[in-house]
Ligand binder design. Structure first.
Ligand SMILES: [Zn+2]
Length: 412
């Protein structure tokens, strides 16, 4: 298939081709100039119109940007936890919610009680909704298993989901998420080590993840997870500094983590080392907003040249949010970022976290044609908060989504 996207008001492009990521103190070097883009097969072919392309797109007034890479989601999960959100809004503590059977354990019970087909159909519906909001690459974490059997199943379900959706999917094994009943933290880490070969055999896992928090795992477990990841040739990722400061960032950096995620409670003293490391700072403003958490020091991280990234943290507890345009809107408002900074964080730098930035995350000749045609210039993304600006979505050169009111733009 070939397509020609003609006469756009803005085409978002990086300052040079072949960059694995762009540090955030250089985000202003992205350009958004008028132009056209053509695709051939899976890839971007040229930054000019192609009169002989099979699909002609009228992009007048539109921004053309790379598809979003959502590098932090907890798909697949079973059901939702809206009752818990009501309790939280009314002021119930984390402890009370846990006592009343809520939290990660509630999602684990629900996953265990739900059949494969039902789990997959919920996850597939969410992936479709993500596609309509411009997400063309998805990450999926296990972590609602809380037993070897269910963690293995989660990784297998992620692989099955991957075969049923339009987007490429990266699978992460979040094997230390909460401490299962009958274990202490050290005991569960021993179980993680034992289950790892079977977990890895169940799917195509590329990273291990851990939740470090006063109510979950500690820095010594993060170190151990780093050793397990290195021993199996996997990336290390970590949920850190979400509700309290544990000074986990230096530990994660020493372990060679690919990313540290959340960071709402990042210590000022730990910021410079993170900003200069080749470790991404994955910020999750949807979770911060829904949980009335502290706001991550994203402005300072960007100014200091960090590899900043945005994700949805889509999960049934702390962030039932999947819209990257909404996440970008929150980041611009709450972090004091420019829209270009937020777009960089949701595209090229997010692709780097998943080791996919060679093929996707920016508009370059020869890269995958994961391309969005928005219904307005990029400034509308944060400004019209809650509006979905995504009109057309190409995934690997295939026109995978057309918003009905934008169908007039497409001529075949
Ligand atoms: Zn998460």
């Amino acid at each position: 298939m070939s397509a020609s996207i003609n006469g756009a008001a803005q085409i978002l492009r990086p300052p040079a081709d072949g960059m694995p990521y762009l540090r955030h103190d250089r985000a202003a070097e992205l350009s958004a100039e008028p132009g056209s883009v053509s695709t051939a097969g899976d890839d971007i072919a040229a930054f000019e119109a192609a009169a002989d392309a099979e699909i002609q797109i009228d992009a007048r007034g539109c921004a053309v940007i790379p598809g979003f890479v959502d590098c932090h989601t907890h798909l697949p999960f079973a059901g939702w936890r809206e009752r818990e959100y009501e309790l939280k809004i009314a002021g119930a503590s984390y402890e009370r919610i846990a006592r009343e059977g809520g939290g990660i354990r509630a999602s684990a019970r629900s996953l265990a009680a739900t059949g494969d087909e039902q789990v997959l159909s919920q996850a597939r519906a969410l992936a479709l909704e993500m596609l309509a909001h411009g997400t063309t690459t998805v990450e999926a974490k296990s972590g609602y298993g809380l037993s070897a059997e269910q963690e293995i199943r989660s990784v297998r379900l992620a692989a099955e989901l991957s075969a049923r959706i339009a987007q490429p999917l990266s699978s992460t094994a979040l094997l230390a998420h909460a401490v299962p009943d009958g274990y202490d933290t050290d005991g569960w880490m021993g179980a993680v080590e034992s289950m790892l070969p079977a977990v890895l055999a169940a799917g195509r896992v590329t990273a291990l993840d851990i939740y470090v928090e006063s109510v979950a795992f500690a820095n010594r477990h993060l170190e151990r997870m780093g050793e397990l990841a290195a021993g199996h040739g996997l990336d290390l990722r970590a949920h850190v500094e979400q509700f309290s400061c544990q000074h986990s960032v230096p530990v994660a950096l020493a372990a060679g983590a690919r990313s540290v995620d959340h960071l709402a409670c990042l210590a000022e003293s730990d910021l410079p080392a993170l900003a200069s490391a080749e470790t991404a700072a994955v910020l999750l403003p949807g979770a911060e907003f829904m949980g009335a958490e502290r706001v991550a020091p994203a402005r300072a991280l960007a100014d200091a040249g960090g590899i900043c990234v945005l994700g949805s943290d889509l999960n049934p507890g702390t962030s039932p949010v999947l819209s990257m345009p909404l996440v970008i809107g929150l980041a611009v408002r709450r972090y004091g970022w420019s829209v270009t900074e937020a777009l960089l964080a949701g595209t090229l730098n997010a692709a780097w976290v998943l080791r996919r930035s060679q093929r996707t995350g920016s508009l370059e000749v020869g890269k995958r044609a994961d391309v969005l045609v928005l219904d307005a210039p990029i400034g509308h993304i944060p400004y019209r908060l809650g509006h979905n600006p995504v009109g057309l979505v190409f995934v690997g050169g295939r026109l995978a989504h057309v918003r009905p009111d934008c169908a007039w733009r497409v001529a075949r």
